[in-house]
Design a binder for this molecule. Sequence first.
Ligand SMILES: Nc1ncnc2c1ncn2[C@@H]1O[C@H](COP(=O)(O)OP(=O)(O)OP(=O)(O)O)[C@@H](O)[C@H]1O
Ligand SMILES: [Mg+2]
Length: 284
Amino acid sequence: MTHQLPLIILNELDYSYPNGTVALRKINLNIYRGELVGIMGMNGAGKTTLIRTLNGLIRPSKGTVNIESENIEPKGIGELSKIVGLIFQNPQHQIFSNTVEEEIEFSLKSLNLNKEEVRDKTVEVLKTFNLEKYQDRSPLNLSGGESKKLAIASIICRDPKILVFDEPTLGQDGKEISFFTNLLKEEREKGKTILIVTHNIEFAMEFIPRTILMANGKIIADGPTKKILTNQYLVEKSSLVLPQTRQFALKLRDIGIECPDDIFSKVEMKDFLANYLKTKITEA
Ligand SMILES: Nc1ncnc2c1ncn2[C@@H]1O[C@H](COP(=O)(O)OP(=O)(O)OP(=O)(O)O)[C@@H](O)[C@H]1O
Ligand SMILES: [Mg+2]
């Protein structure tokens, strides 16, 4: 990774909305090929604005966005969206076809495929995403979770190198979250670079290696998720809460059980407690 050029380079990005709201301030960020990166921070921090600069939906007021060593400024959204697949926070903002099937077909049509290939691929995508039973239904008549899934399917089917998700786990039940984490695993195995905006701390702790924390249009921290999300100062500054295992570890310390700092998962906590109890029993 160290000898490789970053896939995405954001250089001194500023952005203000037309009404004057300053949403991004001097953003500098490098993302490497194959990384899975989380973007976190309180409401209004600038997360959605930041990811929208990656496919040209938002053009920075100052600074540059480079993807694969090229400044994206002269490129149109159509061209960029073949490289950067952005899945919106609210799926209703990206879905506009009359049926679920047409939505996938429409998404595939801008690629260089013939009619038959579009047909076959649509069937395959609907099956992979368990959406066949809804294929003739209007996307407006899907549940929130289902339409989120359709929005994800309609972007993933185009096979972009870079996938950017805005709040993918919001409103998803346990089964859908595990469908999503499986999908992430598969896409990473294909070498995709993935960015995920999320407020879901437990999800980030478990699945996302690197986290960028934003506040007030700036990046205030960037590093290993486990380090960032267990840092009480950063967590409070971002209106987040500490991960459950961390809270539990601090409670254990309150009652005199010295729980080490490097316990992050439930399994690690269970092992620590089992060991601790064993030594107590032996001592007794
Ligand atoms: N279309 C818009 N016009 C004017 N200001 C906007 C617009 N969209 C967002 N903003 C403002 O820009 C700032 C950054 O908003 P953004 O949507 O990027 O935040 P966010 O981190 O994605 O928040 P959330 O967690 O609530 O989704 C906020 O102050 C917001 O009010
Ligand atoms: Mg947002």
